[in-house]
Design a protein around this ligand. Sequence first.
Ligand code: PMP
Ligand code: GLN
Length: 415
Amino acid sequence: MPWLMAATVFSPRQFRLGDGPAIAGVEEASLNPIYKNIGESIFARMSGLAVKHDAVNLGQGFPDFGWPDAILDAAAQAVKEKSNQYAPAPGLPELRQAVADHYNRHFGQTLEASLICVTSGATEALASCILATVTLGDEVIIFTPAYDSYAPMIRRAGGIPVEIALQPSQWRIEREALSAVITPKTRAILFNNPQNPTGRLFDRQELQVVADAAIEHDLVVIADEVWEHVLMDGQRFTPLATLPGMAERTLKIGSAGKIFSLTGWKIGWIAGAPELAALVTKAHQFLTFSSAPNLQWAVAFGMAEGDAWIEPMQHRFARARDRMIAALRAAGFFTLPAASTYFLCVDLKASGIAIGDLSFASQAVEKAGIAVVPLSVFYECNAPSHLVRLCFGKRDETIDAGVAAMAKARDLFTR
Ligand code: PMP
Ligand code: GLN
């Protein structure tokens, strides 16, 4: 791949300086405008407001049930009995092997342990993949609404995020839309499937659209597949790397946080062909070098022994989703289809609420005691402003309290 050879020097002057607040005693030129001009993440902001207003938190995505006791025991035992010193930078050999075996077993892949790099969650995996593949002026295609770290991280690497704004309620990837944004500067596609925040599992035809474009234009695809096991209604997941011609150009990202409902553990990984895997491991070594060894041991145990946990988890999430949707509909809300991830979208306009998603989110948490996430923040432009995301991976009592607060918000905003 010729782009692997391209060496460039990063120049912060390439970026537009915004109008963020001055920081006393620090020269404007010494601040990176990317961080100077963005605020706290929407997840942190909504969780902070939920605490401040004692609201039900259906905003930031984390389940309040569902983690297997056996993996917690494995972690506790590893803290006591295994090394607590630096793990090898690409990860414990046992975890790398367990991840490779897991994918070979579940999806018929032929991965070897040497192709896996363990990271501090998928967020670091994303950063490593982007830093390893994007150089100054490269264009990276993202499908919005997209996870919040994508665009800032692409910019920080010197790249330019090129948005394909998917539209509700189908959220479909169209071949023409993708072809239309590819230029000689396009270097990569950052593709999230199943997609957060829409809850969409893209179908085989859409995967082929992405694969065809990548092959035709010699692009790398960073495939954020962290939600691969959080599927409902009997859906089956296909890793992008298993499509013909894709294994050699795909960097696949996974996360134990999602597979085992342990979002705070922040153990993730990247799987890629030898050349790509070696490259991202070099980026990773200067980001975090390595992650907590005891959690790596426990995740290795889960990846090797935990296949039987997956289906019950999917059923519990499906039950939680059905409960939330039934209650929301009974309260007059219109919901979009949701069959992967533990998120669903509420259509405010169709629910009779005339205010936009940002106003709804900021007022609902304060006045009705419910934290949600506005969808428009996940777009660069062309954002629909009538949708909010709710996390349904919650116990019955959390769901009931959350929907009661949503009903209160609806009363306030439809008057
Ligand atoms: N990518 C997507 C699409 C996600 O939804 C998330 C977390 N919700 C992440 C990456 C980050 O995962 P981690 O917590 O493992 O860093
Ligand atoms: N990914 C989680 C979500 O979508 C939040 C992750 C975070 O807070 N950084 O809600």
